[in-house]
Design a protein around this ligand. Structure first.
Ligand code: SF4
Length: 620
């Protein structure tokens, strides 16, 4: 039995880790498997720029990639299309240039039908017995449209679906609503999919495999929607990306990074599930690979694929890696531009250790600059921890990817006024990739416990209605994104306008020369190029300098007074007067009765000549 795994548009141009791992699992038990990257074929036809716009940059709830292929599954629906376009403008117009994305989507749509027919006409299908579709994010409709055509032409082929769009009830809905899908693997398929293939090959009944949804007497059935999970991630094979790199070259595309996985689940979410997060589906329990296994995999994959960069797909960095993995990565100097998602409450030393280990970009869960809003979302961080992380990342030169979220039930609108003022003080730090109202994602506490958390009228996101020609009750099973109202009938758009304006100012100012300091030992020179700067150059000496450096990490007033008394022989009043004076000059920020110096440390300058040069450079 031969297996073909298909990665449809609009999966981004990068290797698909799930199917590549399944390919290795199947190879280990003697089955031939190939991963077919039809997303690359579409990227070549559409052009990399337009393709990646749809794949990576349109708002997720717009389901734009699914809309492109909707006629291929449900036929022409002009009225639904009109509603989709109107809704796109109304909902996302505040964040994107209206005309550009819709023109890109229309261009893609105009070639979608030919693309499907061209894929169908390929002889490759004849070589395989099982055709598996991996469906994550916005590749659901393209996968279903092609699967339908394949089943019509090749009735003997078995069609299997899996991926994040097929977990739990979503998998049941896919199987029930689309009869051309023979089996669905719900959740992690490391164990269930190879078992399914073996059962199909040997003529056994696959009905008792946990996580596998099947059909009997024309009815959708399953033993359990929760699959058997891999307990020890060190036992996993390494993903086989050969097909990706071969096909990438064939289509003349660039995209030479690889994905790696060092853990699954989330150690924070196990205890305090962030209310907006649906990321881990039904598998929150944290499991991780040992440092030695991660290093062995990194060595092997780098030797095999020579990637330009390596992106870790983990939801959260395992803090134990600070003890073993990161020091060893530091020692090896691999220069791989590693990426990790982390928690935001890292210390300065941890930020430096990450960067020294070759991690050049991170995605910390910043989400907000309001401690009370962060508390509502159970993020376990504070506003100032978020600001200090951005500052420390800027100091070492580490790129930070993050978003600003609003619309949490119970949040105080006044927090957004405070946040707007704070944003104007930190325009020298990296702005977020975007700002948006919370989405209700399936599996998140906001979805599961909506009523308890102050949300009501939960319904599938309207994009599903415009794309899928199905009744609302079916969409409820199929959807991952949901819309909601608030029990207290609030409309967050009425109070976030000022923050949106502050964000625009931030974007306009980002990339400027910012706010930096140079410590000359006897004095500290702070250069301020922000729009709100009161003085271009401020020189701090003596206790002012010492207090400024002490507040490099956020400090409470008692902390500051204790430090001033013990280290500087300064009275509490004098210390707080100095810190307040610096806060009034916007060089220190005060939030939640804690104080943080805002200037980013410029590299140390060993002699006066160089420091003069820097001063001159900064002055222009
Ligand atoms: S948002 Fe991140 S930290 Fe929070 S539960 Fe989800 S994965 Fe974990």
């Amino acid at each position: 039995m031969k297996v073909l795994l298909v990665n449809m548009p609009f999966a981004a141009v990068r290797p698909a880790i799930g199917p590549s791992l399944l390919k290795s699992h199947l190879a280990a038990i003697g089955y031939e498997c190939c991963v077919l990257y039809l997303n690359l074929r579409m990227a070549q036809r559409l052009g990399n720029s337009d393709f990646s716009y749809i794949a990576d940059r349109t708002p997720t709830q717009s389901l734009s990639g699914d809309w492109v292929f909707a006629p291929g599954l449900f036929g022409s629906r002009p009225e639904a299309d009109r509603e989709y376009v109107a809704a796109f403008n109304e909902r996302f117009g505040r964040y994107v240039d209206n005309a550009a994305p819709l023109a890109v989507l229309q261009r893609a749509r105009a070639m979608a039908e030919d693309f499907l027919e061209e894929c169908l006409a390929d002889d490759v299908w004849k070589l395989y017995d099982v055709i598996g579709f991996t469906s994550t994010f916005t590749q659901h409709v393209s996968s279903l449209a092609l699967a339908q055509r394949l089943k019509q032409r090749y009735q003997d082929k078995l069609i299997v679906f899996g991926g994040a769009n097929c977990e739990d009830q979503m998998g049941v809905a896919v199987h029930r609503l689309f009869p051309f899908v023979d089996y669905v693997c719900s959740g992690e398929a490391d164990i269930s999919f190879p078992r399914l293939i073996r059962a199909l090959d040997s003529g056994e009944n696959p009905s008792d495999i946990p996580g596998v949804i099947y059909r009997r007497d024309a009815q959708t059935r399953w033993t359990s929607l929760v699959p058997q999970r891999v307990r020890d991630l060190d036992t996993l094979p390494m993903p086989d990306y050969d097909d990706y790199f071969e096909q990438l070259e064939m289509f003349g595309l660039s995209g030479s990074g690889i994905l790696m996985e060092s853990s699954r689940g989330c150690w924070w979410g196990e205890k305090h599930h962030c209310t907006f997060c649906g990321l881990n589906g039904t598998a929150m329990a944290f499991r991780c690979k040992s440092a030695s296994r991660v290093l062995a995999e990194l060595d092997a994959q780098v030797a095999r694929y020579r990637p330009a960069h390596v992106e870790m797909v983990d939801n959260i960095l395992d803090m134990h890696y600070f003890r073993d993995l990161l020091p060893e990565l530091h020692r090896r100097h691999l220069n791989l531009g590693l990426f990790y998602e982390t928690k935001a409450n890292l210390t300065k030393v941890q930020v430096q250790e990450l960067f020294a280990a070759g991690i050049t970009s991170i995605q910390p869960g910043i989400e907000s600059f309001s401690t009370s809003v962060l508390k509502i979302m159970r993020k376990g961080t504070t506003a100032l921890q978020n600001v200090q992380l951005l500052k420390w990342c800027k100091e070492v030169g580490m790129k930070v990817y993050w978003n600003l979220l609003y619309g949490f039930p119970g949040e105080d609108p006044n927090e957004y006024k405070i946040m707007s003022a704070l944003i104007d003080k930190i325009t020298h730090l990296d702005p977020p990739q975007g700002m948006g109202g919370i989405r209700l994602d399936r599996f998140s506490p906001n979805f599961v416990s909506a009523a308890d958390l102050g949300l009501c009228n939960v319904r599938p996101d309207r994009s599903y209605r415009y794309i899928y020609d199905l009744p609302e009750s079916d969409l409820y099973g199929l959807a991952y994104y949901f819309e909601h109202d608030y029990r207290d009938q609030r409309d967050p758009h009425q109070y976030i306008h000022g923050t949106e304006q502050a964000m625009r100012r931030w974007y306009a100012e980002s990339g400027g020369r910012g706010l930096v300091y140079v410590d000359h030992g006897d004095h500290l020179a702070i250069w301020d190029f922000r729009t709100i700067a009161e003085e271009r150059l401020t020189i701090l000496t003596g206790s002012d300098r010492a207090l400024y450096l002490f507040c490099d990490a956020q400090r409470s007033a008692p902390n500051i007074m204790k430090f001033a008394a013990e280290e500087l022989g300064l009275s509490a009043e004098a210390a707080m007067e100095a810190v307040t004076r610096l806060a009034q000059a916007n060089l220190i920020v005060e939030v939640d009765a804690r104080f943080l110096s805002l200037a980013v440390s410029a590299p140390a300058l060993p002699d006066t000549e160089r420091s003069h040069k820097l001063s001159n450079a900064l002055a222009f």
